[in-house]
Design a protein around this ligand. Structure first.
Ligand SMILES: [Cu+2]
Length: 715
């Protein structure tokens, strides 16, 4: 198999970009102030900074993002208006990082200052560190001790974290373990070279140290996962495969898919998607990937605001193995690497339905130039085979006719992207429902990070020690325990900006004043949360609560105030402490829910600068200010995730595991909004009972039930 180096990587993307360019344009000219930066706008940013003398040949761009205009001007925007376009560029020149703000419209650099931290890892740094590790004589020596040479291996640079060491200042540190090249296998991670890694400074392009803790046996099974490899291992595959191999050809075909399929219920105008009672705007960014804005819901002809923004704020994956080669593996996958830059093309028929609409994403490359990844976002409707609602009326059944259940089939709209950050793949879904609810789900799949061990079985003498901090999932491979946390930023503007964060606390009632035989019941106490510290919420089933974002200035019906409830389908406790550096840097996992006043400069729960962050600027530290949040424009941050104790079934590819949360309308509509869904086409009239002996039998049962029920009611 070809060595995966920077040149081949770049070649693939250049080809894909060319293919994308010959496809019809997927988005029209600038139509909305929150549209993604266009290819020409990325070029403008570079040209404006160059003309102003800020760009050398050696200048690198860790991130170029749209600066969102003020909320008020975005909301006041209508077609034909123009709001000037601005961008922020995080740049690196030599050892120094800069942050520049650029007005693209007036072609001016608004500001350029030394950055307050390290920008995201560059692609060339990742590929450079791979090669750098293999230039070290100590690494060559370590490989030789294992019977390997640099030609047999590839290395995977990983962010090193920070632990308050002096060498962390002014450097950009990665630790670089290596793997035996997969040869004919598709699995690049099945043969870790355990006990050996390089410690690299990206700034000085030097290897600081090679750590070799001793030779560990290397797995002999390369366990690939392509259809051909699995067929060779297990014989015939199950079912009829509709999948396609992810080749350049299929990616190209995907890039050329531009038209919205016919007969779908959604429409797209520029970057605004409208479906059923929903409409929203989307854009892409190198850091979080997809950003949704202005999520509105239609109530009997009137568009009402729900969320101004929904975006993945940070991803945190800390490992739980104290081994010197593992303890530092505490990745911030979005802030350090970028969920956007690692978005991968979606395969029709596998990642999304074949009939989905596939959209491209244009981001910045290391040189600040536009770079298009084709088919990274899919939009599709799905009928999930479930009812949205139904009722079978037992009292309506009679001797002459039976009445089937009344119900409506449920259909959803999904907008999805997939990021492959190293060995793991994550799908991020925003799912819109016809009942006014919206679900956000992250699916984790891909390949477990594995550690080479001597044990081939749990029956080996070495197994107890080898599996102290992980699970033996294949011979010679332990997958260490770890967590996956996904933090979402949810800017609620329910019927306007001034919202309250309101809790309904479900607590035991004192029943002593009631002369009834019941000994326990629960009641609800409502409370409007006043400030940020009070709003920090640990979701726990022991103290059940509901969480609402309510506009106390508006009435929806029956004197209620309109709200949306955040329903935590998934949550995971930290089990770790804030004096632990990786946790301090990701302190937002200490609680599942935080609420802050809106501040356009506060976007990422792990801080603006995640790579080598100190933990001094996070959602946790912002909320230490304890700002008031009542009747204010507020933003919620919610963490979903799971503790991962790996299992054999995770190998060679992990079955997708979903974590999710929902927002559901709460006293927002005056009725179930799905009640107005069209009825299904009735294919037959109600069956006359006289023609059906089975229904006659059923009726007799109903009569018994009816009689019993009436007796019960009279009693
Ligand atoms: Cu995992």
């Amino acid at each position: 198999m070809m060595r995966f180096d920077l040149t081949s990587y770049a070649t693939v993307w250049v080809v894909l970009t060319v293919m994308a360019l010959i496809a019809p344009p997927l988005t029209m000219a600038q139509q909305h102030p929150l549209d993604s930066l266009s290819p020409s706008e990325y070029e403008d940013v570079l040209a404006i900074l160059t003309a102003d003398g800020h760009v050398l040949n050696t200048t690198r761009f860790t991130l170029v993002s749209l600066i969102e205009p003020d909320k008020s001007s975005v909301k006041a925007f209508s077609k034909g208006n123009f709001i000037s376009r601005k961008a922020v560029a995080y740049m690196k020149e030599g050892l120094v990082s800069y942050k520049a703000e650029i007005d693209i419209t007036s072609k001016t650099v608004l500001s350029i200052d030394e950055a307050g931290g390290e920008g995201m890892v560059l692609l060339e740094e990742i590929f450079g560190a791979m090669d750098l590790a293999l230039t070290s004589p100590d690494m060559i020596k370590g490989l030789a001790a294992r019977g390997l040479t640099s030609d047999n291996v590839f290395c995977m640079p990983l962010t090193a974290g920070t632990y308050g060491n002096a060498n962390e200042q002014g450097s950009r540190l990665m630790k670089v373990p290596c793997f035996v090249l997969p040869g004919q296998s598709s699995n690049w991670y099945a043969k870790p070279i355990e006990g050996l890694f390089a410690f690299v400074d990206l700034n000085t392009k030097s290897v600081l140290e090679v750590v070799d803790t001793g030779v560990v046996p290397i797995s002999e099974d390369s366990w690939g996962y392509t259809a051909a490899e699995i067929e060779e291992r297990f014989g015939n595959l199950r079912g009829t495969s509709s999948s396609s191999t992810l080749t350049l050809d299929s990616l190209t075909a995907q890039a050329l898919r531009s038209a919205i399929p016919v007969n779908v219920g959604y429409s797209m105008a520029g970057s605004e998607i409208t479906w059923d009672i929903w409409r929203f705007h989307y854009r892409t960014d190198k850091r979080p990937g997809l950003i949704l804005n202005q999520i509105d819901v239609n109530d009997q002809g009137t568009w009402r605001e729900v969320l101004y923004e929904a975006v993945l704020s940070e991803v945190f994956v800390p490992y739980m193995d104290p081994d010197v080669g593992w303890y530092w593996r505490t990745y911030m996958d979005s802030g350090e690497y970028g969920f956007g830059i690692f978005m991968s093309p979606l395969t029709p028929g596998v990642d999304c339905p074949k009939t989905a609409t596939y959209l491209d994403s244009t981001l910045n490359d290391d040189a600040g130039m536009p770079f298009t990844i084709p088919g990274t976002i899919c939009v599709f409707e799905r009928s999930i085979g479930d009812p949205s609602w139904r009722h079978f009326e037992i009292f309506a059944q009679g001797p002459d006719a039976s009445f089937p259940a009344e119900g409506r089939a449920s259909t959803e709209l999904v907008i999805r992207y997939a990021s492959a950050v190293g060995n793991y793949d994550y799908l991020v879904d925003y799912i819109f429902q016809q009942d006014g609810a919206m679900r956000v789900a992250v699916g984790s799949t891909g390949i477990d990070a594995v550690k080479g061990v001597a044990s081939q079985s749990m029956n080996n003498d070495t197994a107890t020690q080898d599996t102290k901090f992980g699970s033996l999932i294949s011979a010679n491979l332990v997958a260490p325990f770890h967590d996956h946390y996904f933090n979402f930023r949810l800017d609620f503007d329910v019927d306007g900006e001034a919202n309250d964060f309101k809790k309904a606390k479900l607590r035991p009632l004192n029943l002593t004043e009631f002369n009834i035989p019941r000994k326990s019941m629960w009641g609800v106490t409502y409370e409007v949360v006043q400030s940020e510290i009070e709003a920090r919420t640990k979701v726990t089933p022991d103290l059940p609560s509901n969480y609402y974002f309510v506009n106390g200035n508006k009435e929806s019906g029956l004197g209620h105030h309109p709200g949306y409830q955040l329903v935590p389908d998934s949550y995971a406790y930290g089990l770790m402490t804030l004096d632990d550096m990786p946790i301090k840097r990701n302190a937002y996992i200490d609680n599942q829910l935080y609420v802050t006043p809106y501040d356009p400069t506060q976007k990422y729960a792990g801080g603006e600068y995640a790579f080598q962050s100190s933990g001094d600027e996070t959602l946790q530290t912002w909320t230490d200010a304890d700002r008031p949040i009542a009747n204010t424009d507020i933003v919620a941050y919610y963490s979903i995730g799971f503790h991962h104790v790996p299992r054999m079934e995770d190998w060679p590819i992990m079955p997708i595991k979903w974590a999710s949360f929902q927002i559901i309308p709460f006293n927002f509509f005056t009725h179930n909004p799905a009640i107005t869904l069209a009825a299904p086409v009735v294919e037959s009239t109600p069956t006359t009972l006289a023609t059906s002996s089975s229904l006659m039998a059923a009726l007799q049962s109903f009569e018994v039930i009816i009689v019993l029920t009436v007796c019960f009611l009279l009693w």
